[in-house]
Design a protein around this ligand. Structure first.
Ligand code: 0X9
Ligand code: ZN
Length: 441
């Protein structure tokens, strides 16, 4: 099974898949990345309005104090004069320059999952004579040092289930707009029993947030490789993982547009495509920070749950609502742990004390690995108001007591390949802490 996951040494492709590199940045020539410091509420409000209503600008990060966004060459001078009027300071960087620097030390897989293997094994250790556990660890190191494609992710997941049939089940929650499986792994101490609690963790609702999928796959790998060490945490808890909620968007970022965020819903006769899955859930749908403009990055769809990706998640959570104690939606980037509510400012749920305490404990665990510091709070107070997201829906509509959005570290969506494993390891500590709290309900 592992042979399908990691290429053999002889078959490995050296270097990156040059085609996918060139293609997924096509059209971005002349784009500029802006880092804007907002000195005042006025400037912040202006940015929020642009994020929601100006489909030509692409916000990578927007907090009360600063934004990171990209602007096309045709909008550059207009945008800069507006920033001057607002009296805010900003830095610029040509987008291509940034991407060239990031990609110089990145490893990619091609569609069949072949990539440059990081660590060559010594002849004596390789092949049939290599001990299975050792081989598996070496292969996993390879897997978490590049960004896999959809098919490779599915092979990795089904490979884990085949390797640990007593503890791991591989299933599909349904199909995406383009017909891809929304694959899931259920991990528990015994797949034949039904634990009383579920810890639900999903990633990559936004296609471009590649690192998120890797952290959830690493959680699966690490739990299954060391089950005995996690026996207490997993007492009566099923860990349910959906590492790639938006497989179409994810594939599109590899083949065509590195910065694609939404799903790939196509509308006949319309040039713009895609719905923001994290604006499509049925809690205050389309109320704030969402748009009905099809071209917007935060297009909320025609109705709550209009998208197959959203409804696959909703179907699962609704069916298991009595058992699900934790819902964790992993995004990138910013080092935040958000709890409800995100739809409006100054709106916190009755159990905010618990939500905050658990978030702080998880942040603390994450920090132990290499000192990464997360900020916790509601996204409406730290970022912007945005409604129709999973965190609000899971807590507000389904009563799931621990509901969070995690924004992983990074200064842009492209975490260098050499850093993937470190983000995976530190985040793992946070995941386990969240799961531990789910086990106490
Ligand atoms: O805007 C989002 O969907 C999330 N940030 S991201 O940069 N990854 O797109 C934050 C969502 C936070 N939750 C709510 N607003 N409810
Ligand atoms: Zn996101």
């Amino acid at each position: 099974m592992w042979q399908r996951i990691v290429c053999s040494l002889t078959l490995c492709l050296v270097g990156l898949a040059a085609n996918s590199l060139a293609n997924n940045l096509a059209g971005y020539e002349g784009y500029t990345k802006y880092t804007v410091e907002h000195g005042n509420e006025n400037a912040f409000r202006y940015m929020v309005d642009l994020q929601t209503n100006d489909a030509d600008l692409d916000f990578w990060l927007l907090t009360r104090n600063m934004s990171v966004l990209t602007v096309s060459p045709k909008r550059k001078s207009q945008f800069e004069s507006r920033l001057s009027n607002l009296g805010v300071s900003y830095q610029v960087q040509p987008l291509m320059e940034l991407m060239a620097a990031l990609q110089a030390n990145s490893t990619y897989a091609d569609e069949s999952g072949q990539y440059e293997e990081e660590e060559e094994c010594q002849a004596a250790d390789c092949g049939d004579s290599e001990r299975p556990r050792r081989r598996s660890r070496r292969q996993a190191r390879g897997f978490f040092s590049h960004y896999p494609r959809y098919s490779e992710i599915l092979s990795f997941m089904s490979g884990l289930a085949a390797r640990y049939p007593q503890y791991c089940r591989y299933e599909s929650l349904g199909r995406s707009n383009e017909g891809r499986h929304i694959a899931a792994l259920s991990i528990s101490l015994n797949t034949r029993t039904r634990p009383r609690r579920v810890a639900y963790i999903q990633a990559a609702a936004h296609g471009r947030e590649w690192i998120t999928t890797q952290t959830v796959l690493y959680l699966a790998y690490e739990l299954l490789s060391n089950l005995r060490a996690f026996q207490r945490v997993l007492q009566d808890v099923e860990v349910f993982l959906v590492p790639l909620v938006n497989p179409d968007g994810y594939e599109y970022t590899h083949t065509s547009d590195r910065f694609w965020r939404k799903n790939r819903h196509r509308y006949a006769g319309h040039a713009c495509a895609g719905v923001d899955i994290n604006r499509n859930f049925g809690n205050h749908w389309n109320y704030q920070g969402a748009s009905q403009n099809l071209c917007s990055e935060v297009y909320s769809g025609t109705a709550p749950n209009s998208e197959p990706e959203t409804s696959a998640v909703v179907r699962y959570l609704e069916f298991n609502r009595q058992r699900v104690k934790l819902s964790l939606d992993v995004h990138s980037f910013g080092k935040f742990i958000f709890y409800p509510y995100g739809y409006a400012k100054n709106t916190v749920p009755p159990t905010v004390g618990t939500l905050r305490a658990v978030a702080l404990r998880a942040a603390n665990q994450i920090g132990k690995y290499r000192g990464t510091r997360y900020t916790t709070g509601t996204s409406a107070s730290i970022l912007y108001e945005a409604s129709g997201s999973l965190d609000d829906y899971a807590y507000g509509n389904l009563g799931i007591p621990l509901s969070y959005t995690l924004e992983l570290p990074g200064d842009e969506f492209h975490v260098p390949s050499s850093d993937i494993i470190h983000v995976c390891k530190e985040t793992f500590a946070g995941f386990v802490e969240f799961i531990r709290h789910a086990s106490l309900y």
